[in-house]
Design a protein around this ligand. Structure first.
Ligand code: F6P
Length: 560
C-alpha cells in the first residue's frame, strides 16, 4: 500500500499514515469547507451537463449519481484518496487469492464462485475454479431431480416443499434472491426459509407441511451455528416422528450445505448428500456458492448460472474500469465522503420493486457485518467514521412511513433509489400499467429530495404565510438512482456484486478488514452461559445485576 509510515502500531512498529492524517483527506476537508452549503439546485444550475456526465452504465445497470453533493473536484479528490489508500492494489490482491482477511489468515475469493469454467483463480498455488464448477454441476443435477419430481421422499412421493434452514449469510441471500426472482421460479414447489431460533419460525414452515414431501436443506458454513443446528435437530425429530422413526428417511429428506464434512456426518446427514464450499467464501458473500442450493432448485440451473454471469460481469468491471468510471469505486467513495465530511450516520437503500422486499435486509448483513468495525487492519483504533447503518424497504411503501424524515427531518441520509424499466415477466395485463406510477414515484422522490421546494415557491401557490415553513422542503438530500431494464437473474447478480464491491472499496479506504466478524462472538458466548441460568436456575458467575434481575423475572414468569 502507498502512504508514508509515520505512526506507530501497538507493537511499536511503524504503520501506514492514518486515513485522517493523509494529505488527500485534509484536501477533502478543505474542499468540503469551500463547498459549504452549496445546494444541488446551484450545482445543476452551474453545470446542467452533470446530469449526463455523472452517469455510468455497466451491463444492464444505468447509475445516475448526479444528485450527489459532489463536483468534478470532489470526485477527483475522492479518487486521489482511493489511490493513496491503495484500494486498487488491495482489490488486485483479493482477486489473485492473497490472504487479505488478515485476522483469519484467509483468502477472499467469492469472485471465483462466478468465474467461468475456463478461468484460473488460484490461492495458495491451487486453482479453485474446477472444484467450484464440480459443486455447481452436482447442485445442478440435484436441482434437476427435485424439479423433475424424480427426487423421491422415503415413501416414494416427490418433494414438494423445500425448507432451507440457515441463518445470516446462510439464509439472507437465498431468501432475498428467492423473493426477487420469484417470477422465474417453479410455482409448483413451495419454499420456506427458517432462520430464527424462535420456535415460531419453524412452526410456520411446518404447520401445513406434509413430511412425506418435505425436503430440508441445512445450510451452514461451519455447521456449528446454534440456531441452525437447533432448528435442524427439531426438523429431524419432526420428520422421524411422522415417518415411523426409520433413520433411512434422513437420506431422502435432508441435504447439507457446508464447509464442515465432519460436523455434517456427526449430525447424521450422509456426506454424499452434502454440497461443499470453502473457507475463502465469507458467509455474507456466499449465496452464489452451494448456499444458493434452495435458490437453484427454485430457479433451475440455467437461470442460476445466468445470475452468476451477472455477478461476473460486475466483477470484470470492478477489476478493470478506471476508478473514475468504476461504479463500485464511485458508490463506495460517495459513502466515504458523506460519512467523513457530512457526518452521515446511515444510508438508505430503497428499491422500487415489491420483489426486492428483502434486498436491503440482505445488504444490512453484507455492509454492516463487513464494515461495522473500529479497528484498523493492523490493530490500531480508527479515528474516523466507518460503515453506516444501512436500512430501507421497498417504495412506494416507505413513502407512507418514514420518508417524512428523509424530506424534512434533521438527519442527513444519503439514499440509493433502485428501479426497473420493465415490470417482472408474467404480470397480468391489468397490472402492467401500474408500473409507470411506481417509477414516476421513484423519479419524483429523487427530484424532491434533491431540489425540495423553496418558501417562495410555496407562497406562490397561495399557501397561508403561517403554513409556509411547514410546507417548505429544504432539499439538498443526495440520492443515486440505479435503473435497470428488468429484474432478471443476471441483473440481480450485477446488483449484488455492485454492493459487494462497494463495501470492499469502503473497507479498503477505512483500512479495516471487511471479511471477519468478531463482533458477533461475544453475544454468542454469553447466550450459552445465560441459557442454563434460565432453564436450571444455575448460578452463572459474572452476570451483571440488571441481567440477573431479568433472569429472575423470566424464571418467575415461566413458573420456575
Ligand atoms: O453471525 C455470524 C455468522 O458467522 C455470519 O457471518 C454467518 O453468515 C452466520 O453467522 C451463519 O454462519 P454459518 O453459515 O456458519 O451457520
Amino acid at each position: 500500500m502507498s502512504g508514508s509510515t509515520t505512526t506507530s502500531r501497538a507493537d511499536g512498529t511503524a504503520g501506514p499514515t492514518p486515513l485522517d492524517q493523509r494529505g488527500e483527506w485534509t484536501a477533502l476537508g478543505k474542499h468540503r469547507t469551500q463547498l459549504g452549503s452549496a445546494h444541488l439546485r446551484d450545482l445543476f444550475a452551474d453545470d446542467p451537463a452533470r446530469a449526463d456526465r455523472y452517469t455510468v452504465e455497466v451491463g444492464d445497470l444505468y447509475a445516475d449519481y448526479s444528485k450527489n453533493l459532489v463536483t468534478d473536484e470532489t470526485l477527483r479528490l475522492l479518487t486521489e484518496l482511493a489511490r493513496a489508500c491503495g484500494v486498487a492494489e488491495l482489490r488486485d490482491a483479493m482477486l489473485r487469492g492473497d490472504h487479505i482477511n488478515v485476522t483469519e489468515d484467509r483468502a477472499v475469493l467469492h469472485t471465483a464462485l462466478r468465474a467461468p469454467r475456463t478461468a484460473v483463480v488460484a490461492t495458495d498455488g491451487h486453482d479453485v475454479v474446477p472444484e467450484v464448477h464440480e459443486v455447481l454441476d452436482r447442485m445442478s443435477a440435484f436441482a434437476e431431480r427435485v424439479r423433475s419430481r424424480s427426487w423421491l421422499g422415503h415413501t416414494g412421493r416427490p418433494v414438494r416443499r423445500i425448507v432451507n434452514i440457515g441463518i445470516g449469510g446462510s439464509d439472507l441471500g437465498p431468501a432475498m434472491a428467492y423473493e426477487a426472482l420469484r417470477p422465474y421460479t417453479d410455482r409448483g414447489l413451495e419454499f420456506r426459509f427458517v432462520s430464527n431460533v424462535d420456535g415460531g419460525d419453524m412452526h410456520e414452515a411446518l404447520v401445513d407441511a406434509d413430511p412425506e414431501t418435505t425436503l430440508f436443506i441445512v445450510a451452514s458454513k461451519t455447521f456449528t451455528t446454534i440456531e441452525t443446528i437447533t432448528n435442524a435437530t427439531v426438523a429431524r425429530s419432526w420428520l422421524l416422528d411422522r415417518l415411523g422413526g426409520d433413520e433411512a428417511a434422513i437420506a431422502r429428506h435432508f441435504v447439507a450445505v457446508s464447509t464442515n464434512a465432519d460436523e455434517v456426518a456427526r449430525f447424521g446427514i450422509d456426506t454424499a448428500n452434502m454440497f461443499g464450499f470453502w473457507d475463502w467464501v465469507g458467509g455474507r458473500y456466499s449465496y452464489d456458492s452451494a448456499i444458493g442450493l434452495s435458490l437453484m432448485v427454485a430457479l433451475g440451473a440455467d437461470r442460476f448460472r445466468e445470475m452468476l454471469a451477472g455477478f461476473h460481469l460486475m466483477d470484470e468491471h470492478f477489476a478493470t474500469a478506471p476508478p473514475e468510471r468504476n461504479l463500485p469505486f464511485l458508490l463506495g467513495l460517495l459513502g466515504v465522503w458523506y460519512g467523513g465530511f457530512f457526518d452521515a450516520q446511515s444510508h438508505a437503500v430503497l428499491p422500487y420493486s415489491h420483489h426486492m422486499s428483502k434486498f436491503t435486509a440482505y445488504l444490512q448483513q453484507l455492509d454492516m457485518e463487513s464494515n461495522g468495525k473500529s479497528t484498523q487492519r493492523d490493530g490500531r483504533p480508527v479515528t474516523w467514521q466507518t460503515g453506516p447503518v444501512v436500512w430501507g424497504t421497498p417504495g412506494t411503501n416507505g413513502q407512507h412511513a418514514y420518508f417524512q424524515l428523509l424530506h424534512q427531518g434533521t438527519r442527513f441520509v444519503p439514499a440509493d433509489l433502485i428501479g426497473f424499466a420493465r415490470p417482472v415477466p408474467g404480470l397480468p395485463d391489468a397490472l402492467v400499467p401500474q408500473h409507470d406510477l411506481l417509477i414516476a414515484n421513484l423519479f419524483a422522490q429523487g427530484q424532491a429530495l434533491a431540489f425540495g421546494r423553496t418558501a417562495e415557491e410555496v407562497a406562490a401557490e397561495g399557501v397561508a404565510a403561517d403554513l409556509v415553513p411547514h410546507r417548505t422542503f429544504a432539499g439538498n438530500r443526495p440520492t443515486t438512482t440505479v435503473l435497470a431494464d428488468r429484474l432478471t437473474p443476471s441483473v440481480l447478480g450485477q446488483l449484488v456484486a455492485l454492493y459487494e464491491h462497494k463495501v470492499f472499496v469502503q473497507g479498503a479506504v477505512w483500512n479495516i478488514n471487511s471479511f471477519d466478524q468478531w463482533g458477533v462472538q461475544l453475544g454468542k458466548v454469553l447466550a450459552k452461559r445465560v441459557e442454563p441460568a434460565l432453564t436450571e436456575g444455575a448460578d452463572v458467575p459474572g452476570l451483571d445485576p440488571s441481567t440477573s434481575a431479568l433472569v429472575r423475572r423470566y424464571r418467575a414468569q415461566r413458573g420456575r
